[in-house]
Design a protein around this ligand. Structure first.
Ligand SMILES: [Fe+2]
Length: 415
């Protein structure tokens, strides 16, 4: 580094920059260098992206006055993206007073169910579809009941939705602090709405192909587990959907816990694990050691604050190790626990997003605290798939030793 001679300029007298300032300057000033990601997407609004925008998405944005004239999506400006992992760790690293709206709900959910045309459970243990209601019309009572329903059923679906991005964001604020991601693409003018657009990711570095389709969001995972207060209700509204395929699957953390033997449950209760971010940054003290993830410690079995049920809180790409175990022991146990989520079809739901009415979108709202999900890339990008996602952050994860499993609480067989 001694050969680098960047200096701070401007009205201040010139001074030699420190090594870390020099590296930061190189990263911020070099178009082709991205921070901890292989993506080559441009910073700021992307005019190229606008050209490829699915027609149904364009119409939704036009209808609701989202300005995409400068480009789409908007990638955070390089000057605002943290370079070093300690800066990224500091984002939202203080307690935020979260009150779960599900606590205020009528357990029978009369306001929500009474207004719906139909309430369909898609499987025994996970997934419910509400028919005949527009999310944009829900009153506060119904929103509280929906929060409880999501906590109980893990994922709730609404088809045929006429939903503005602004309303989607407003709903997210109702259920908690909306996460604004430091690195991901956003809807212009609406920070907090993350763009879920596989075709765009593929164009900008995601090496997805038929023989390697289980990468990115297509592998089983839980969103934003590295946060101080990780994701609670997450709302993905898909406004461009393939005619066939492009499904998403969810798996229940409550049920995964209930699949374990009492002896293994007892062993895991109270254990903690190290959780990592999906995106990477640099180590300030060792910047050439490669990309580094944000790391955070949370309980491996957590208690849901509203249902009171225990849930396994792990996922393969973002749970690094179980605290207190040898690495080989941790790897073995985590691998087994992930298999429980991934291989038990009776604790999963697979959902096809295709709405029945043209021009309308489909919403899925799930509880990230108690689930994993993965999408299915069988359409191979030949038909557009585009969505907007709003994530409401929840409580600091906790384990209550007096809490019960879901099956215990519901009086179901534990065998
Ligand atoms: Fe996800």
């Amino acid at each position: 580094m001694a050969t680098l001679t960047f200096t701070a300029t401007g009205s201040q007298p010139e001074r030699q920059l420190s090594q870390e300032e020099q590296i930061e300057q190189i990263i911020r000033n070099t178009e082709s260098v991205s921070i901890g990601t292989k993506s080559s997407a441009v910073a700021g609004p992307d005019p190229e992206g606008t050209k490829n925008l699915p027609e149904t998405t364009r119409k939704r944005f036009e209808k609701y006055g989202v300005d995409i004239s400068k480009g789409y999506p908007t990638r955070p400006d390089k000057n605002s993206i943290p370079v070093y992992v300690d800066e990224a760790f500091a984002i939202r690293n203080e307690d935020y007073n979260f009150v779960d709206r599900g606590k205020f709900a009528d357990p029978e959910k009369k306001a929500l169910f009474g207004a719906a045309k139909e309430v369909k459970h898609l499987t025994k243990h996970i997934g419910t579809e509400i028919v005949g209601l527009q999310l944009q019309d829900l009153n506060d009572k119904q929103k509280d009941e929906l929060a409880l329903l999501i906590a109980e059923r893990i994922v709730v679906f609404f088809r045929d939705q006429d939903l503005s991005p602004q309303k989607q964001l407003e709903l997210g604020h109702y259920w908690g602090q909306v996460e604004v991601h430091a690195q991901t693409s956003q809807v212009p003018g609406l920070p907090g709405i993350t763009v879920i657009w596989g075709d765009y990711m593929k164009k900008h570095g995601l090496p997805i192909r038929y023989k390697n389709a289980k990468i990115g969001t297509n592998q089983w995972h839980t969103d934003l587990v590295h946060e101080h207060q990780p994701a609670g209700i997450t709302h993905l509204h898909n406004d461009a959907i393939p005619d066939v395929g492009g499904d998403t699957q969810w798996s229940s953390g409550y049920a995964a816990y209930d699949k374990l033997s009492p002896a293994l449950q007892k062993f895991l209760d109270g254990k903690k694990a190290v959780y990592v971010s999906a995106h990477s940054y640099l180590d300030r003290n060792d910047p050439f050691s490669g990309p580094k993830k944000i790391e955070r410690i949370h309980p491996l079995v957590r208690t849901h604050p509203v249902t009171g049920w225990k849930s396994l809180f792990i996922n393969k790409p973002m749970t690094k190790r179980i605290v207190g175990l040898e690495p080989a022991e941790s790897d073995l146990i985590l691998d087994y626990l992930c298999k429980v989520f991934e291989s038990n079809l009776d604790i999963q739901v697979r959902f096809n997003w295709k709405p029945s009415k043209p021009g309308l979108g489909t919403s899925a709202l799930w509880d990230n605290r108690v689930s994993q999900h993965s999408s299915v890339w069988d359409h191979e990008g030949k038909e557009p798939r585009h969505g907007t996602r709003v994530t409401s952050l929840a409580e600091i994860p906790f384990f209550d030793p007096n809490s019960s499993s879901q099956r215990e609480a519901l009086g179901l067989s534990l065998d």
